[in-house]
Write a protein that binds this ligand. Structure first.
Ligand SMILES: NC(=O)c1ccc[n+]([C@@H]2O[C@H](COP(=O)([O-])OP(=O)(O)OC[C@H]3O[C@@H](n4cnc5c(N)ncnc54)[C@H](OP(=O)(O)O)[C@@H]3O)[C@@H](O)[C@H]2O)c1
Length: 266
């Protein structure tokens, strides 16, 4: 099986590197293509996969084509490659808002997977949600899952609306965590801690809390109940958050991302 990654940007490279590292594919079965000649020349020097600038040289031999260009490049790309595509090729797209139907029409194919990764894919801790057209077989779905899992975990969803919803949770979610971290670091600095100490206080707190959560069967609510004793410091902080409707504001933010994802898909 040969996989071609189109777009050697942040995400395309993250997947290409993870695929090679996982040994899911041997290196000569992984190809990567980018329009930027300087980028491809640099990649050729260091990469463990075959690098191309011209899609005519690699696309015809690919079984799976992984599209990782920006959504606004999709129309030009589709025009460029439609005549090279065959019906048995499978496309996995991570382009936000580009629908399965528009890929079927734009590429003249039927086997399409639409996926939504998130930023931690770059460190092997990503979450990719995906859904597929009916023409993708069970066996192909399992291959797709293995491929996506090289950058972390994946969740298969039923509809494209679910993909838009997952954009509001996991796709955009890392930025919500960064927002929370930044706010806590700013509070720490206001209390007099140095930049360095604020960073350590906050990052270790996040890492520790996530690890506790992952290593137990307890819900976040149960953990909150455990640490927040009546009349204590943590209870005071959680009560303040409740009084200020922080939970509702987070829900509204997630829905704002969901709604924007739906809008972008139109
Ligand atoms: N970054 C994230 O966290 C994230 C999360 C979810 C989804 N996504 C999706 O992932 C996709 C890629 O994002 P990114 O941040 O990796 O973008 P990026 O860094 O801009 O990478 C895209 C690369 O594709 C190249 N390219 C454009 N047209 C091409 C063509 N016709 N053939 C070959 N290469 C082409 C671009 O070259 P030029 O620079 O020369 O244009 C660029 O190097 C986007 O569609 C985005 O919606 C990203």
């Amino acid at each position: 099986m040969k996989v071609l990654v189109i777009g050697a940007g942040n995400m395309g490279l993250a997947y290409a590197k993870a695929l090679v590292k996982s040994e899911f594919l041997s290196s000569h079965n992984l190809m990567i293509s980018d329009t930027d000649a300087q980028k491809t020349e640099e990649l050729k020097k260091v990469s463990r996969f075959d690098v191309f600038t011209n899609l005519e040289d690699c696309l015809p031999v690919a079984d799976i084509i992984f599209i990782a260009v920006k959504p606004y490049h999709s129309e030009d790309l589709f025009k460029e490659i439609k005549h090279l595509m065959t019906k048995d090729q499978l496309v996995i797209s991570i382009m936000a808002g580009v629908t399965i139907q528009s890929m079927k029409d734009g590429l003249g194919i039927t086997k399409v997977v639409r996926a939504m990764p998130n930023l931690p894919a770059q460190v092997g801790k990503g979450l990719t949600s995906f859904t597929a057209s009916d023409e993708v077989s069970r066996l192909e779905l399992s291959t797709v899952e293995n491929l996506l899992n090289t950058t972390g975990k994946s969740v298969r969803l039923d509809t494209e609306n679910d993909i838009d919803a997952s954009t509001g949770i996991s796709g955009s979610g890392p930025a919500y965590v960064f927002y929370f971290m930044q706010s806590m670091m700013d509070a720490a600095k206001k209390m007099g801690f140095s930049e360095h100490d604020s960073k350590v206080l906050v990052s270790q707190t996040f890492e520790g809390a996530v690890e506790l959560f992952n290593k137990s069967d307890l819900s976040p609510q149960s953990w909150m109940n455990r640490v927040a004793s009546k009349g204590g410091t943590t209870r005071a902080a959680l009560d303040s958050m409740e009084d200020n409707n922080v939970k509702q504001l987070i829900e509204e933010a997630a829905y704002a991302a969901f709604d924007r994802a739906v809008e972008l898909g139109k």
